[in-house]
Design a protein around this ligand. Structure first.
Ligand code: EPZ
Length: 428
């Protein structure tokens, strides 16, 4: 089993370059299925979620060729089946985008229900509500969801919950529906806009992405396209939080500063200095962190995917801070691990209260999900002594070259293999 081994207490200095956005890439790759030509997708992050999605497309019959580490040429024309029920689909959440994409192409789809990070229930009722509005009949059986729509008709859809996944999935089916589809209470994250921009590059007619109301005029044909994924807002925010935690001065390059507004605002509230450039932000922390309160919200609010990372900042800030999780039911499991490192926090439902402590101590901890793993890495960078972060498969799902990027700004971190300590002795 591999772990990250970190010796903390070093401020971070230098430059780090941000990769393409995971949550855009895992939606844009399935969207290629809708194309009647070859697509070239650039700035793909080298993470396991992208590798899995490329393999799923290959297993469906697409011709996938890597032109470089971060550029994939994909010809979806050989795909002849609307069925994607392999085991790989259960390894990630975003595999459910294949429902919308296959439905848009074949008027039917049968896809394995997704896996993904576990922070409470992760229903797909809003996705199914959207497909039903477009004329789809959905059934769930043997762990697969099947949707059939003899005719996809545009419709006016009012989402009951602001959902990134449902907004993207409905968009993927609606681009091939007859007539106009309107999505009300749509999610507004940067990756929603990126998917819409990609689909429009293929010849779709989508307006309003990034606002509460998205209008999609269905088209009969979508062509091949070349498209570059936007930089990852959450990877960038994670490195910004790491510098805020350890202290130091780092230039975070290849970002869209506008996408980081809510993260920047919170860091400045805590006393961190942020300087914005066209495609970079400079993060400096020389004074102790000030306490603050945070509530996660759908974009443009503070991102839930930055919640665990900022939990570490509140844990070492001066004073008492309140962290409210406004999106998921149970996204505080990482705090149990942080307590092993000396964090003082109490959790009651969607609210965590942190009493800042002057110092963290290294410990053996385990990632419970992707962003929780990122939080444990940040805690290890701050803590005195050695921290071992286990279950790093989660971190590899969403962070490209994390050891190289962190050592590049002065962290003492390595990936090390360990004998399987979890082996349970056989019953005699
Ligand atoms: C996406 O998940 C992201 N994953 C998550 O990031 C992120 O936390 C989340 O959006 C919110 O920003 C990907 O993009 C692959 P939602 P998604 O549908 O689409 C409820 C990461 O770390 N809901 O916006 O699954 C749901 O329970 C991952 O990169 C319904 O009730 O999230 C939640 O409370 C973790 N019914 C809220 O909406 C539905 O049909 C937001 O969920 C769908 C969602």
């Amino acid at each position: 089993m591999e772990k990250f081994v970190i010796h903390g207490g070093h401020p971070l200095y230098g430059e780090v370059s941000i990769s393409g956005a995971k949550n855009a890439a895992v939606a844009i790759l399935p969207a290629v299925v809708l194309s009647e030509g070859v697509c070239v997708i650039e700035n793909l992050p080298k993470i396991s979620d992208v590798a899995i999605m490329l393999q799923i497309l290959t297993d469906l019959g697409a011709k996938v060729r890597m032109l470089s580490d971060s550029v994939a040429e994909i010809d979806p024309r050989p795909i002849s089946t609307p069925v994607a029920t392999g085991e790989l689909l259960k390894k990630m959440r975003a595999s459910y985008y294949l429902i919308g994409a296959l439905l848009g192409r074949f008027n039917e789809a049968e896809v394995a229900l997704p896996g993904g990070c576990d922070f409470g229930t992760r229903p797909i009722d809003q996705h199914l509500k959207g497909f039903a509005a477009l004329g789809g009949q959905a059934t769930v059986r043997q762990g697969n969801v099947r949707v059939e729509a003899p005719v996809l008709e545009g419709s006016h859809i009012y989402l009951d919950v602001v959902s990134v996944g449902a907004t993207m999935n409905i968009m993927l089916a609606a681009v091939k529906a007859k007539g106009m589809t309107v999505i009300e209470s749509a999610a507004k994250e940067p990756h929603i806009v990126d998917l819409a921009n990609f689909l429009n590059t293929m010849g779709a007619d989508i307006r309003g992405a990034g606002t509460d109301v998205i209008k999609i005029r269905g088209t009969d044909h979508l062509t091949g396209a070349t498209y570059s994924i936007i930089p990852d807002q959450i990877e960038a925010g994670t490195y910004m939080a790491a510098v805020a935690a350890t202290g130091g001065d780092v230039l975070v390059r290849n970002v869209i500063p506008k996408h980081l507004d809510s993260i920047t605002a919170k860091l400045e509230e805590m006393g961190v200095e942020i300087e914005e450039f066209d495609e970079a932000v400079r993060v400096r922390r020389t004074k102790p962190l000030r306490r603050c309160n945070i509530k996660t919200m759908p974009h443009p609010g503070f991102p839930t995917d930055m919640q665990p990372q900022f939990g570490v900042l509140l844990a070492i800030a001066n004073g008492t801070s309140i962290l409210t999780e406004g999106v998921w039911d149970n996204r505080f499991r990482y705090i149990e691990e942080l307590r092993r490192m000396g964090v003082q926090a109490s959790v009651d439902g969607k609210i965590a209260v942190f009493e800042g402590v002057p110092e963290l101590s290294g410990a053996k901890v385990r990632s419970t999900d992707l962003r929780a793993g990122a939080a444990l890495l940040i805690a290890g960078l701050v803590a005195k002594g050695e921290t071992q972060v286990g279950s790093i498969v989660y971190i590899d799902r969403g962070y490209e070259n994390v050891v190289e990027k962190l050592t590049g700004i002065g962290a003492d971190i390595e990936r090390r293999a360990f004998p399987d300590e979890d082996a349970v002795p056989a019953v005699r």
